[in-house]
Design a protein around this ligand. Sequence first.
Ligand code: GDP
Length: 455
Amino acid sequence: MHTTIVALATPPGAGGIAVVRLSGSDSYAVAEQVFRPINPEKKVREAKGYTAMFGHFVQDGVVLDEVVALFFRGPRSYTGEDVVELSCHGGMVIAQTLISACIKAGAQPAAPGEYTQRAVLNGRMTLTQAEGVMDLISAAGRQGAALAQSALNGSLAKTIQGHRQKLLELAGHLAAWVDFPEEDVPQLEQSNLLQVLNEVRQGMTALVDGYGAGAVLRQGVDVAIVGSPNVGKSTLLNWLAGFERAIVTPIAGTTRDVVEQAVMLADIRMNLFDTAGIRQTDDVVEAEGIRRSHSKMEQAGLVLAMFDTSRPLTDEDRELAKLCGNYRAIALLNKADLQPVWDKQELEAHFGAVVEISAATEQGKQDLEQAVRQVLGVDKLDYSLPCLVSQRQLAAAVSAQQALEQAIQAQRDGFGLDAVSVCLDDALEALYQLSGEQASEQVIEEVFSKFCVGK
Ligand code: GDP
């Protein structure tokens, strides 16, 4: 941790500005060697925190670019260390040359997520907040970003802390009662014990239940468009994409492979997969496409199953509807612009929602958006509540939830307070893991290995 690190903080590639960030005790000394203030009176070493200087990136006496330097003095910086941010003109050559110059002047290249890791190690943020940072950077939609922000601002950490405090009080009381029976420790009220256990369990359940919908908002969802040939799958994809992405022809079996297209629908990033029509076939190529359609349905977070209301339902349509009962699926009754020959009640039992649309005349988008939000559970999400932002957090929250359920069960079944106390300790340990306060070095490394360099 005593090294001074350097990396590009902005995305690589052409852009207006590129920011090269230094962090560590030698940041100012390194910056002084590559950056020369325009005003010769000003000295980099003496720069106060939260100030800026205009100057040049100079190498071997040659001016290579104009630079604005921003100074932060530890501990009041992102990492808690001395930080200097050098903003040069965008484009890879200058930024990379500046980074090389900083390395020559004594800095080391930063590892992925090393800035945020240092912030955690220096007590500037908790591990859950760090995970929020990562999620915010990669959030796919506006609402997803809002959710990640709630992890970042520490509300998740505070919620966990609140739950933990309640359990700690209980555990302390129980331990005293179990270990020192002769000491006249007042016995816990059974109703009070159950109430606290239930409260915390409900808190955990809310976090666990909100994870899936939150992840959909932040990261998006894979969506498989399935249906018999010619129901309008490619037309739907083109409509949602806003341009001709898939080939549309009246000949059945035109889409022989899985076509991928990312679109925003209901403020959710959707990776659409237009699959080959699902039907029995002897054509080897098409059969392979159909096999992939099935596997895409299994992998997808949402299935859009299309049906053509202008022609009678076939056995294959009914088979597909039945299959959809196993997935989170929406039935799209397409070609609503034509005279329908069957009623939507026929399919309702198998789907989370049934929506009438016309992909060709672009009708029914609002209904589709509403159905998507409902089926993905996004409409029930309370943005003011904290949410879990990683699989690691989810696993710890599930462990806590299970341990609390066992504690409640042990109490109900009359197993005695020793048993409750053991389960309570398990729940507490899971909560410590969730907040990251007792995360092993391995877990911390794992979290930061997913970060990008420069963050
Ligand atoms: P896919 O095989 O399921 O991908 O179906 P396509 O998207 O290729 O569409 C098959 C045919 O149905 C094409 O001729 C489309 O123009 C037509 N079609 C698609 N959607 C609609 C719709 O909403 N209304 C009408 N009238 N025709 C449609």
